[in-house]
Ligand binder design. Structure first.
Ligand code: NAP
Length: 281
């Protein structure tokens, strides 16, 4: 059983599902995210799931893309609940769209939250974890961190970046007795996915529509099982397992397939416009 688990993005989606399972297992949990109302309501929900009265749930509002805020939040969590034996960086955002139409600010914000937000949490918690010479860090990437996806030009690079961080940090942590895992979830039924669906270009919708969608709970279960196995790469579902192992090999085939779907969408769009023109003639 974990003594203290810090989960960024713990107020919603995958982070919240992990927090729920951990609370049900008796762990003390600290959730960190920005919106205080969401934090309060998740904290209240988690309180009802405690299995013993001494169990503690901390909810701290902080923007992980801001170094000072992140440092302060992690320091508070450590002061209240002790050094974490598990740190899960799940906070993230995604704004799909056409590269040419998206503002530069979206690219900057996505990298600031998804990449630097992950790095800041690790930087802030690691000194204390190193002193303990034990602990596990978990970074949440995405299938879009294994292959670049049409419509995901701000998101995919940020998820490739955390993969680079995990792979390069792994060896340093291992010599210090710490573990790190990187998770590649598939499309997961969360508020983030619902928001993404609002701005996804039609080409992206066609590419992603046949992919498996998992529940946040199922993804959380596979993540916790992977952590227990001390797996470096955690791939919830069969599709992500195959993609993780074969993505370099599959890339040309997938690009060919995605291009054919993009051509199909463009062709349908053209037909639709022609039909509309003929209708008004
Ligand atoms: N859902 C999917 O299909 C899917 C697939 C692959 C990977 N992922 C990844 O899984 C992780 C969790 O996603 P999800 O689907 O569970 O999303 P979600 O339901 O939208 O939850 C995201 C969480 O991150 C927090 N957050 C966002 N920006 C933050 C910031 N700057 N500082 C602190 N907290 C912040 C949010 O709270 P506030 O907004 O209140 O801050 C919320 O608690 C993300 O890294 C996502 O990229 C998701």
């Amino acid at each position: 059983m974990y003594k203290h688990v810090i989960i960024t993005g713990g107020s919603s989606g995958i982070g919240k599902a992990i927090a729920t399972l951990l609370i049900k297992s008796g762990a003390n949990v600290c959730i960190i995210s920005r919106n205080q109302t969401k934090l309060n309501s998740t904290q209240a929900e988690l309180e009802t799931l405690k299995i013993h009265p001494e169990q503690q749930i901390l909810a701290i509002s902080a923007d992980v893309s801001q170094w000072e805020q992140t440092q302060k939040a992690i320091a508070t969590a450590i002061a209240e609940l002790g050094v974490p034996d598990l740190l899960i960086a799940s906070a993230g955002i995604a704004h799909p769209g056409y590269f040419t139409e998206l503002e530069v600010a979206i690219f900057e914000e996505t990298m600031a939250i998804n990449y630097f937000g992950t790095l800041y949490c690790i930087k802030a918690a690691l000194p204390a974890m190193l002193q303990q010479q034990k602990g596990h860090i978990v970074i949440i990437s995405s299938g879009a961190g294994l292959i670049g996806l049409y419509g995901y030009t701000p998101y995919s690079p940020s998820k490739f970046a955390v993969r680079g961080l995990a792979e390069s940090l792994r060896g340093e942590l291992k010599t210090a007795g710490l573990h790190i895992s990187i998770v590649y979830p598939p499309d997961t039924d969360t508020p983030q996915l619902a928001a993404e669906n609002q701005t996804k270009p039609p080409e992206t919708k066609l590419i992603t529509q046949s992919a498996q969608i998992m529940t946040a709970e199922k993804v959380a279960i596979e993540i916790l099982q992977g952590i227990t196995r001390k797996a470096f790469a955690i791939t919830p579902g069969l599709e992500m397992s195959l993609l993780m192992r074969l993505h370099s090999l599959f890339a040309p085939l997938l690009q060919w397939y995605f291009d054919s779907l993009v051509r199909k969408t463009r062709h349908n769009k053209k037909l639709q416009i022609n039909n509309e023109i003929n209708f008004y003639r």
